[in-house]
Ligand binder design. Structure first.
Ligand SMILES: Nc1ncnc2c1ncn2[C@@H]1O[C@H](COP(=O)(O)OP(=O)(O)OP(=O)(O)O)[C@@H](O)[C@H]1O
Ligand SMILES: [Mg+2]
Length: 219
């Protein structure tokens, strides 16, 4: 599903990744760990086509991605890739329900299909009772679940989660992880960056990769 060959990336004269090789197959759950500032987010951004390699190759769904990729192709690929950011990026002036349905409306799906998907996503994340609330009134964990609901309602093939439990206590983090594990059981490919080394012990099926010294190594 994803294949990265000899990826190198610098920001100005700051080297972040060098000759990184990394592969993810359909249905896998992959944790990416590594200390703060090491390049986890940078790697995920390449997979969401927000950053492009200085050199090396990235294939997503067998398609070679480079700087010259057309905006239209980026949009098409992004339809199959869901993202959950650490800072949630939730709209504060919209209800839980609206936060989840709006991206679907942009995808041009019919109203009925959108409603059905939102219903499913909110039930899956146990938010259905909060659907008419504004995010302000929800806890950090609940807000994070909105971000997950919003991502899964789009039914992506790959879900990129960048520190989805970053600001949460351990039990809440575990709840979030369990939702992601459930999604993985249902066949979704998941790549999750985290600095929580306790958390990764809770899923034996997952592969763990560590970024260190500009490289990524499998643990
Ligand atoms: N757009 C950018 N311009 C310049 N430098 C950047 C940019 N994005 C990231 N960096 C730098 O690249 C390095 C890797 O950043 P990245 O965000 O990938 O780290 P991270 O592993 O996700 O860290 P954290 O655990 O704190 O989230 C950092 O030194 C960061 O300052
Ligand atoms: Mg990061």
């Amino acid at each position: 599903m994803i294949k990265i060959v000899n990826l190198s990336k610098s920001f100005g004269n700051k080297k972040v990744l060098e000759n990184v090789n990394f592969e993810v197959s359909k249905g896998e759950f992959v944790f990416i760990i590594g200390e703060s500032g090491i390049g986890k987010t940078t790697l995920l951004k390449h997979l969401y086509l927000e950053e492009f390699a200085d050199s090396g190759e990235i294939y997503i769904f067998n398609k070679l991605i480079d700087k010259n990729i057309k905006q239209k192709e980026i949009q098409l690929l992004r339809r199959k890739i869901g993202v959950i950011f650490q800072d949630y990026k939730i709209l504060p002036d919209r209800t839980v329900y609206e936060n989840v349905i709006l991206p679907l409306r942009y995808m041009g799906l019919s109203k009925a299909v959108c409603e059905e998907r939102v219903e499913f996503a909110l039930k899956f994340t146990k938010l259905i009772e909060r659907k008419n609330d504004y995010p302000y009134y929800l806890s950090g964990g609940e807000q994070q679940r909105i971000a997950i609901a919003r991502a899964i309602a789009r039914q992506p093939e790959i879900l990129l989660a960048d520190e989805p439990t970053g600001n949460l206590d351990f039990n809440t983090s575990l709840e979030i992880l369990k939702i992601l594990i459930d999604l993985n059981f249902q066949g979704m490919t998941i790549i999750m960056a985290t600095h929580d080394l306790e958390l990764i012990k809770y899923y034996d099926n997952a592969k763990v990769y560590k970024i260190e010294g500009y490289k990524i190594v499998k643990l």
